[in-house]
Design a protein around this ligand. Structure first.
Ligand code: SF4
Length: 374
């Protein structure tokens, strides 16, 4: 019996990692609505597979050549997942939520204000502009924050009442369990903390759901206390790349904020939000080696920060559009030992209060945690 359980888990996390790094091809001409461009996971579909929900690339370069294909989904979203033509299992595409049909009190479609991520996460980019994005030479080369604005699929600034309205309706109509609020970085010392603070205050007045805020480290760390007191349960401050070599090359604007300053901010934020409820997004595949990512991840775990390592997926119309995603072997080299470190530290995705690390759909890291937490 023990062997069966162990084997099932082994199959799950290995295949999940393979699918997420390689993506899936859609057989035939399928009518799936796919979010294109923007911040966060783009060109992906949310898919339930083996009791997990993952954001799977369907439009990326690797997806076009992936050995994984899916059949035309039924009206409930079910489809057969195949590898090299052989059926592996049944998966379910997460459908459009009900709140997408609604509008704000000033007539803006709610899908332009916030999106469904995974199966039950409401996500928004409060400010759809970024000081880093204006100059192509210094912008983060993986970022597509301006694309959805160009395509008129979002609005430039989601006002606090917009967010409160969408949160209330999404909870009522779709059972949303948490709200992740990220933002482009404005040209102010608070780095977006102020507009996130105003957003959290407005949402919490309307509905009591866990909220994660995401921004660059503000110059004044008292913002962490203000955000927590407003009702944010967790904060993400995203490194993306972990060495100065890669930071300077891929995100030279953001690299002006030193790693030392990030660590100072992390320590201060952990004092306010608690262990694990401070996290950082690390994009594997930008040039940092698995060893470098693991080394910094260990340092992060030691100070109570959850390193959410996700495979880089190139997004169309960005400078890195033709950069390949990391291989499944590359991701395995990181996620397996990292899952072990997190399990040993007792810092499991399932124990966190809110945020990307809690959602976990952009990485298979939590599946590797489970392997060692058994
Ligand atoms: S991990 Fe974060 S970015 Fe990815 S689907 Fe979940 S909430 Fe969205």
């Amino acid at each position: 019996m023990m062997n069966t359980v162990t084997k099932t888990h082994q199959i799950d996390y290995t295949i999940l990692n393979d699918i997420q790094t390689q993506g899936i091809r859609l057989e035939g001409k399928q009518n799936l609505s796919i979010r294109e461009g923007g911040a966060g996971p783009t060109d992906h579909k949310a898919v339930s597979i083996f009791n997990s929900t993952l954001m799977i690339p369907v439009l990326s370069l690797s997806a076009k050549e992936s050995p994984f294909t899916v059949t035309e989904p039924t009206k409930f979203g079910y489809a057969s997942l195949k590898k090299d033509g052989e059926t592996i299992t049944t998966i379910r595409f997460i459908g459009e939520p009900n709140f997408y049909k609604e509008k704000s009190s000033d007539g803006i479609p709610l899908w332009k204000i916030a999106r469904l991520h995974s199966k039950d996460v409401l996500a928004t980019t409060v400010l759809q502009n970024c000081i880093r994005y204006k100059e192509k030479e210094t912008s983060c080369q993986f970022c597509a924050i301006g694309e959805s604005l160009k395509n008129n699929t979002t609005i430039a600034y989601k006002k606090p009442y917009h967010l409160a309205e969408v949160a209330k309706i999404a909870v009522e109509k779709d059972g949303i369990t948490q709200f992740v609020m990220t933002t482009g970085t404005p040209a102010s010392d608070d780095r977006g903390a102020k507009i996130l603070f105003e957003s959290v205050v407005a949402v919490k007045k309307e509905v009591n759901i866990p909220i994660q805020v995401q921004c660059e480290p503000p110059s004044d760390f008292s913002w962490f206390v203000k955000l927590k007191e407003a009702g944010a349960n967790s904060i993400g401050m995203h490194l993306e790349a972990v060495t100065d070599r890669v930071r300077n090359k891929i995100m030279s604007g953001k690299a002006q904020v030193s790693l030392a300053f990030y660590f100072k901010a992390f320590k201060s934020a952990v004092e306010v939000f608690g262990r694990g409820n401070v996290s950082t997004y690390i994009l594997a595949g930008l040039g940092d080696t698995p060893k470098e990512i693991l080394e910094i991840s260990k340092k992060l775990i030691a100070i109570g920060v959850y390193p959410f390592v996700v495979p880089f997926v190139p997004v169309r119309n960005t400078p890195l559009a033709n950069t390949p995603s990391p291989t499944k072997e590359f991701m395995h080299q990181i996620l397996d030992p990292l899952g072990k470190e997190l399990a040993i530290a007792g810092m499991l995705s399932s124990n966190l209060e809110s945020g990307c690390a809690k959602c976990g759909a952009c990485s298979t890291l939590s599946a590797f945690e489970k392997k060692y937490a058994l």
